[in-house]
Every structure is written in C-alpha cells, then in structure tokens.
Design a protein around this ligand. Structure first.
Ligand code: ZN
Length: 633
C-alpha cells in the first residue's frame, strides 16, 4: 500500500471521477497502479491520468479490481470479435495477478490503442498484444509461460521494487561517480558501476568471450563498492553475452532487485544464457550459475520501450533509446538528481542503417557525460554495397568450384542481417541457389525477431506486417547442430554460431571443412583477441585442438579464409565520429570504452585533434583503465 506519500494519494482521490470507484493504490516497480472497479470510466478521462502523472512525476497504470473482471471464456470471445477476422486471434492467455490478457494475433494489430480501450471497457482485462511469430519460438513460449505461472511472485517483487524506487530521498548533497568494472581498454565483460549518494546501479554485466574460465572472465565484482544488498538496479543494454552473460550470477549471490531491459533483450538474453550454460557444461567447464538463476532473473526483469522515461531509484530516471546494434539494443540515458547530471551509456551501437535496424539515436534531452563504445575506433569499414558485392563474389566462386561456405555468426544480429542479404541475392539470382543451413539457436532467435516487428527497420517491419517474412524463405533449412553429411556434402552455405569460433557448431563445421581447399570460411563480424577466429584472421593456419573424445587433433587449414568487412553492427571510425558530431547535446566528458587499448588510445588522440570539427571544443576525452573511478559531480 502507498503510505509514504499521502499527498499524492489524496490528489488521486480528488482528481479521479468518483464513479470509477478506486479500491487500492500500489507501487509496482516503477509504476503507480490504481485499482478501480470501473476502469472504462478512467480510460475516458485519459487527460486526468496524464495530468496526474505529470504532477506526481510518476508513471500511472490503471487496473481493474480483480472482483470485476469478466470471466475468461466471454472475454476471449469479445476479444476475438473486437480484433477482427483479418488479424486472427491465435491464442488468448490470462495473467490473473496482473489483470492482463495476452492476445496472440497472426498479424500485428493496427489501431491498437482504440481496441485496447474497448477491450478494457467491456471485459475489465488489460490487453497486451503479441504477434504470433510465423515460426515457432520455444523460448518465447517458455518465457511467457514462466512469467504467467509465476505471476504471484512477480507481483510481490514488483511491489518490493516499488517501495524501494519511491523511497524518500535521504541525501540532498549528491555526487555522481562511475567505476570501470569491465570492458575498459578491452572488448568483453562489459560493466560499469554508477553511484550517487543515494543509489547504486550496474550498467551491463557481461562475460569475456576470449577468456576461458580464468580471472578475466568476469567483470570486477570483487571490489568493496559492489555490495549486492545495496545495489538498486541492473540495466542491460542488449542481449550479447559480453553485456549480459553474468547477470544471473547476481541472483545466485543474493541480489533481489530489478533488471531493466527491452522486451527482445529479455527474451534473447535468457536464451543466450541458457545456451552458454549448455555449451559450458558440454565442454566440461561449468559456469558459476545455473538455469535456476536464469529463471529467477527473468522474473525480476522490467521491460521498457524506447523513449519511455522511468524512475529506477529515488534520484535516477532511465530512458532507453534505439542503438541500432541488434534487435532491442538500447542506449541508456540516465537523468540524475533532477538534472544534476545526465549520462548516456551507449552500449554497442551502429550509427548507420542496416537492413535489419534503423540507425542509432542522437537526440537526447541533455548529455553531460557520454560513455561510448569504440570497438572499431581504428577502422574504416567499406560501404554496405561493397561488402555485399564482395560476399556475392566469394559465394559464387566457392560454389562454382563445388565448395561449401561456412559463415560463423553471432546468434543475434549479424545472423539475421546476413540471412536477409543472402535471401535477396538468391531471389534476384545473383548467387546460385544452394541450401542455406542455419543451426537451431539461430532459428529460435530469428523467430523472436519476427515477434517484434516494431523494433526492426521500416522495410522489414512492413514486410512482416504484410506477411512477407524474409526469415521463413524456402532457402533456409534448419539443422540442430553439426552435421558431417552437410560439412562434406553438396555445395551449400552454413550459418553457425559461435561467431568467433570459440565453441559451438561453427567450430565443429570448421574442423570438418578445414582441409578442403574448395571450401571458404567467411568472417562477417568482430573477432576478439584470443579467439580462434582472431587467430585465423591473423593468418594462423595450423592448430592443435582437443576432440570431443579428448584426443589432440592437428588441424591444417587448407580452406580459403576470408573476411568481409562492412556488415558489422558496430559503428566504424567515421560513424563513431559522426555520432558525436550529431549529438543534440554536447557532452562535457567523453569516456571511451569497449575497445582494445591501442584502438582506444588512437581514437582518443584523433578526437582531441578533431574537437573543433566535431563541435566538442570543450569536451574532455577520458580513457579509463579497469577499476578506475571517475567522479563526475
Ligand atoms: Zn554487442
């Protein structure tokens, strides 16, 4: 119950129409939830809610009191009628605790707001629309089922978060400090600790893809400032494991707080973590957490849309913006202490359009400190046209000599981008028609993409709305994992994870295909230091590897090894600079992270030189080392 802010309570009772019959007020996570007996009265006084939200500076959600919700069969029937034949309701599920009805439809529903209001008015259930992916995603079903089955627990933790988020401010004199826990002067295990006098939050918590289970696998959680009991929130910018792979670990060691993500990040992150567990177990190097912690993390997630402003602690407000890197990837804008300081943490971003996504946002209300990734700070990438034409000719050459093509891909992002490109090339007959094999996890993640059309580029979104799903093309064939017959068979294109050849089906395919000079290995994404992918890219051709049976295998690489630059989901040097030049608000501090030491240093020198031209004459460029703390206020 809301007992701390009697004034706001009173205000709500005064402002809301009496006929709505308010029964309860609760903080649930960042939201102030008003339970009423007649929600339709309130949806008609939409302006009042807006006004209240503005005065109270709170996000307000109106829910029907459980006693007045219509029975499920009737509700489902009413929904089917309102949504209409053309959108086809495929399933209706009820979240009794939250008062939500989850409506799965074949097509994304247009005019959602109007239908939403009608459903609420007639049934007293709050509808949540989900587009049924044309491809089955087991993960999506599992995630949704888990959230519904555990709704009671979820409501209980949301109320706890609510109490904590809306607690009274204890300290007036603020300070703002960031500490580099991982991903500084390196690529991998990204994590930043942000502290004010009042709050502590973590930005990302990833694993290091190139480290086997040594000390460098984790961000530095072992320092005194990181106290899990004092931690208010965790923000995850996107579902790549170098940004989210260690989040479940927090729940093993007693963290009970929220994890802020976008919806696709929530779904894909869980899948990636479970897959990582699986690979680690198979390779006999188990991770320090289990599926149990992944499930708990899921129940502690709070999903936000882009540009939705949300209180996450008494003195920090979070807003996500599109980062253009992978589906659901976000830049985090943090508004601290009523404007004392504003931080933008970019996570990984692409300031350029791709087939899959719109380019990263540069319009922020205010930026005082920019924490920015620098992965490609030393490289100009060729244009997309050049990249596609190179890929086209490599594929054509390989197939004409009866070879097979292996493209190791990150499960999220590059895989779907390359799928769209290959499908279009085949449709236009620019490359020979051969089967394109994609491994299991890719298929799952691709299915999740088609469930969130609104998060994708205009073209793909339109295609999905028109039921022309580029991911379900007849050219794609799903396989469970490594298959000898495909590795040695007819000409084909194989897309397999992991993208840096550090485990997974791509390594198995590589081993089986390496000795045939007719074959081609094509890298399309970043290869981190220390990975097999990086070694191959650097020209190493002889490897000793351990087989599944534990035997030492000598691998001599005779297949062609190529790298096609230009498909990256990261900004290249030009785009990094263009992003800075285009920022609507010029930062006082630019903190560079997520890049190898030499790359970051070089990029920092160039920024110093180009300050005037980039319109940041007074900005300070900062290159922190691991465990450095920087006081911003
Ligand atoms: Zn990433």
């Amino acid at each position: 119950m809301v007992d701390k802010q009697e004034n706001s309570l009173l205000l709500i009772f005064q402002e809301l129409p009496k006929e709505a019959e308010v029964t309860r007020l609760e903080y649930e996570g960042p939201y102030l939830v008003i339970y009423v007996k007649r929600p339709s009265i309130i949806t008609n006084s939409f302006d009042t809610i807006k006004k209240l939200a503005k005065i109270l500076k709170k996000r307000i959600v109106v829910r029907a009191d459980p006693s007045v919700r219509k029975n499920k069969e009737e509700t489902a029937e009413i929904i089917r009628q309102l949504v209409g034949e053309e959108n086809q309701v495929t399933n209706v599920k009820f979240d009794e605790i939250m008062g939500d009805v989850i409506v799965y439809t074949k097509r994304p529903v247009s005019k959602k707001d109007i239908i939403n209001q009608k459903i609420l008015a007639e049934t007293n259930w709050r509808p949540v629309f989900v587009k049924q992916p044309p491809m089955q995603s087991k993960m999506l079903e599992t995630v949704n089922a888990h959230l519904i089955n555990e709704a009671e627990y979820r409501l209980q933790v949301l109320r706890q978060f609510g109490e904590r988020i809306h607690r009274h401010l204890l300290f007036k004199n603020n300070y703002v400090r960031v500490t580099a826990l991982g991903g500084f002067s390196e690529v991998g295990r990204s994590s930043v600790l942000l502290e004010t006098k009042e709050s502590k939050i973590l930005l990302d918590l990833g694993v290091n893809p190139s480290s086997s289970w040594g000390e460098e696998l984790f961000p530095r959680l072992d320092i005194d400032q990181v106290n899990l009991e004092e931690l208010d929130a965790v923000i995850v910018t996107h579902a790549h494991l170098d940004h989210c792979g260690m989040v479940p670990l927090l729940f093993k060691y007693g963290y009970e707080g929220p994890v802020y993500v976008t919806k696709p990040t929530r779904d894909i992150m869980s899948l990636m973590q479970l897959d990582l567990l699986d690979v680690a177990n198979r390779e006999g190097e188990p991770l320090p957490y289990s599926a149990k912690e992944v499930r708990k993390m899921l129940l502690h997630t709070i999903t936000l849309d882009y540009e939705e402003v949300t209180d996450i602690t008494p003195d920090i407000r979070l807003t996500f913006y599109n980062a253009g890197h992978i589906i659901g990837s976000a830049m985090a804008h943090l508004h601290i202490g009523d404007g004392v300081h504003n931080i933008v943490y970019t996570g990984d971003f692409k300031f350029g359009r791709t087939r899959l996504l719109e380019k990263a946002n540069t319009e922020f209300p205010r930026v005082d400190t920019l924490i920015m990734e620098t992965t490609y700070g030393a490289q100009y990438q060729p244009s997309r046209d050049e990249a596609e034409s190179e890929l086209r000719s490599l594929i054509t050459q390989t197939i004409s000599r009866s070879g097979r093509i292996l493209i190791p891909v990150l499960a999220v992002g590059r895989a779907q981008e390359i799928m769209i490109v290959l499908n279009e090339m085949m449709k236009k007959k620019e490359i020979p028609e051969v089967p394109i094999y994609i491994t299991g996890i890719l298929d799952e993640i691709t299915a999740i993409h088609s469930a969130y059309p609104d998060m994708l580029s205009r073209e793909i979104k339109e295609a999905l709305y028109n039921d022309e799903n580029p991911f379900t093309s007849e050219h794609f064939h799903r396989i469970e994992g490594f298959r000898e017959d495909i590795a040695k068979g007819e000409p084909s294109i194989i897309l397999a994870t992991s993208g840096m050849l550090n485990g997974g089906a791509s390594v198995e395919f590589f081993k089986a295909m390496a000795d045939d000079p007719k074959n081609t290995l094509i890298f399309v994404s970043y290869q981190a230091q220390g990975t097999l992918g990086r070694k191959l890219k650097n020209g190493e051709r002889k490897f000793q590897m351990i087989s599944k049976e534990g035997k030492v295998e000598n691998i001599e690489v005779k297949m062609e090894v190529k790298s096609v630059e230009g498909f990256s989901g990261h900004s290249d040097k030009k785009q990094l600079k263009a992003f800075i030049a285009n920022l609507s608000s010029k930062p006082k501090n630019i903190i560079l992270n997520h890049g190898e030491l030499e790359v970051i240093r070089g990029f920092a020198r160039e920024l110093e030189k180009d300050k005037r031209y980039l319109r940041i004459p007074n900005s300070e460029i900062i290159v922190p080392q691991l465990l450095d703390s920087i006081r911003l206020v």
